[in-house]
Design a protein around this ligand. Structure first.
Ligand SMILES: CC(C)(COP(=O)(O)OP(=O)(O)OC[C@H]1O[C@@H](n2cnc3c(N)ncnc32)[C@H](O)[C@@H]1OP(=O)(O)O)[C@@H](O)C(=O)NCCC(=O)NCCS
Length: 182
C-alpha cells in the first residue's frame, strides 16, 4: 500500500548560525556560558523544525548535551542543524557545534546534540508533518538511528514501555546473544 504522506529532503531543513562570543556571553573564566550556547542551539534547531514542517514548533525534549571544549571570548561559534527524521507530529533535529578561532585560523568540534520538536496547529495541538527522505548514505544512517534514539527517549520519559520499544528490543536481543556466545 503506497503512503500519501508528503516527504521532504534533509536539505530543506538545514540551518547554520554563526555568532561571535562577546563578554556578555561569558562566565568569570572568559568562556561562553553553557546556557547561552543551549539558547542559540534551541533557536537554530527550531528554525530547522519549522523549515521542515512549515509549522510553529515547540521543544519537547533535549537529549543529554556534553560540552567537550570551552569556547573562548572572541571566538566564533558555528551551529549547524537539520531534521534527521520525522515521526507523526514530532521530529528529531541534530545539531553540530564548532568553535572557530579567527586569529589562529583554527576550528574544533565542541558538541553534538539531538533535540525533539513537535509541530503545532492553529489551536496549539500536535499536527502531522511530512516525512524525511534521506538522499545520502549518511542521511540514511541518521534516519535509521533516529528511530532507536526516539525509543530510548520515550522509554526514559516514561511514555513507552521497554517491551514496546521495537528497535531497542532487537538491539538487546543481539547484545544478549553476543554475550551468550562470548
Ligand atoms: C510537546 C507537547 C506538544 C506534547 O504534547 P502531548 O499532549 O504530550 O502530545 P502527544 O502525546 O500527542 O505527543 C506529541 C508528540 O510528541 C512526542 N513527545 C512528547 N513528549 C516527548 C518526549 N519527552 N520525548 C520525545 N518525544 C516526545 C510524542 O512521542 C508525539 O510524537 P509523534 O506524534 O511523532 O508520535 C506538550 O507536552 C507541550 O506543549 N510541551 C511544552 C513545550 C514547550 O513549551 N517547550 C518549550 C520548553 S521550555
Amino acid at each position: 500500500m503506497s503512503s500519501s504522506r508528503p516527504s521532504r529532503p534533509v536539505s530543506a531543513s538545514e540551518c547554520k548560525m554563526t555568532e561571535i562570543v562577546l563578554p556578555n556571553d561569558t562566565n568569570g573564566l572568559g568562556n561562553m556560558m553553557g546556557g547561552r550556547l543551549l539558547h542559540l542551539m534551541d533557536k537554530c534547531a527550531a528554525i530547522s523544525a519549522q523549515r521542515h514542517s512549515n509549522r510553529v514548533c515547540v521543544t519537547a525534549a533535549v537529549d543529554n548535551v556534553e560540552f567537550q571544549s570551552a569556547i573562548r571570548e572572541g571566538e566564533v561559534v558555528v551551529i549547524e542543524s537539520h531534521v534527521n527524521r520525522a515521526f507523526r507530529t514530532s521530529m528529531e533535529v541534530e545539531l553540530n557545534v564548532w568553535a572557530e578561532n579567527p586569529l589562529e585560523e583554527t576550528h574544533r568540534t565542541c558538541n553534538r546534540a539531538f533535540y525533539t520538536y513537535v509541530a503545532l496547529d492553529e489551536d496549539g495541538g500536535p499536527v502531522p508533518i511530512p516525512d524525511v527522505t534521506p538522499e545520502t548514505e549518511q542521511e540514511q544512517k541518521r534516519y535509521e538511528s533516529a528511530a532507536k534514539r526516539r525509543d530510548i527517549r520515550l522509554v526514559l520519559a516514561g511514555r513507552k514501555g521497554l517491551a514496546d520499544a521495537a528497535s531497542l528490543k532487537e538491539d538487546m536481543l543481539t547484545a544478549l546473544q553476543t554475550d551468550a556466545t562470548a
